[in-house]
Design a protein around this ligand. Sequence first.
Ligand SMILES: [Zn+2]
Length: 324
Amino acid sequence: MIEKILPDFYRIEVPLPRNPLKVLNAYLIKGQKRNLLIDTGFNMEESKVALLESLKTLGVNLAQTDIFLTHLHPDHSGLISAVATENSVIYCGELDAYILNATHTVSYWSELKILFGLHGFPQQDIDEVISKHPGCNYNPDRDHVFSFVKDGYILNIGSYRFHCIETPGHTPGHVCLYEPNHKILLCGDHILDNISSNISELGITDPLGNYLRSLEKIERLDIRLALPGHRRIMVDVHRRIYELKKHHDNRLNEVLCLLKNGTANAYQVATLMTWDFTGSWDEFPLPQKWFATGEAMAHLLCLYNKNQLWIVEVEGKLAFALIT
Ligand SMILES: [Zn+2]
């Protein structure tokens, strides 16, 4: 499905088969010389056919089209190998570009396994989770050369002038695009309606702290329309930012309360936190346990960085304890 948002500015729905998010919102802006495609979809046949069909319907010449990735996740980056031509520039935040190419290496996944093991994820489940991980299965076919974007970089496409805004948190190199004349924000997965973005990027010392600071950066902008990577377009993004800040504040308090009962690692904390999923922890599908553990890690590390927790070693795992 294609939706016209403004002159020469379209939203394209790309299906994400067997994924709870169901659809990616890609965006296409047509320019006189170059077009810009923002995000792409999973590297899966169904996503690919839908994206290429939509681009054809819009009369897009891929040789005159550049790609902007809001972030590295495969539902956004997976189809770059299918869409990019040798003339295409692929814009991406530097850290995300580095990690995206690293997903083609064995060492990236082994380090991930070690990290989750240290945070208490059961060893016997780790291999199974990784084998089903979308980043392992639906990422781009090969490495790519990226053009890095940073705060203040401007991309001119047709009559639109997009300002790049680094918004680390959901991923370390997440970047939003802001168009000040139309007061439009392309926000990737930084801000979504109804669902809170998963904050669990690994190897980063304080992903949730980064995320909250990135929300404050966006809060200062005058925004009429926020165009997210999934779900509905938002007309009141400031209300949503307020809700997200409150949500994480409540989660941080919940984690502090849980640790009053004693030292625990991220996996143990995840089993006790409140989740939208109905059913007990044992009934969670394995990938949900993985993302929940990542989310618990992000909240624990945020509290550690606020000097509210210690990190201690318990039976070879990293555990967190209240500073009393
Ligand atoms: Zn994402």
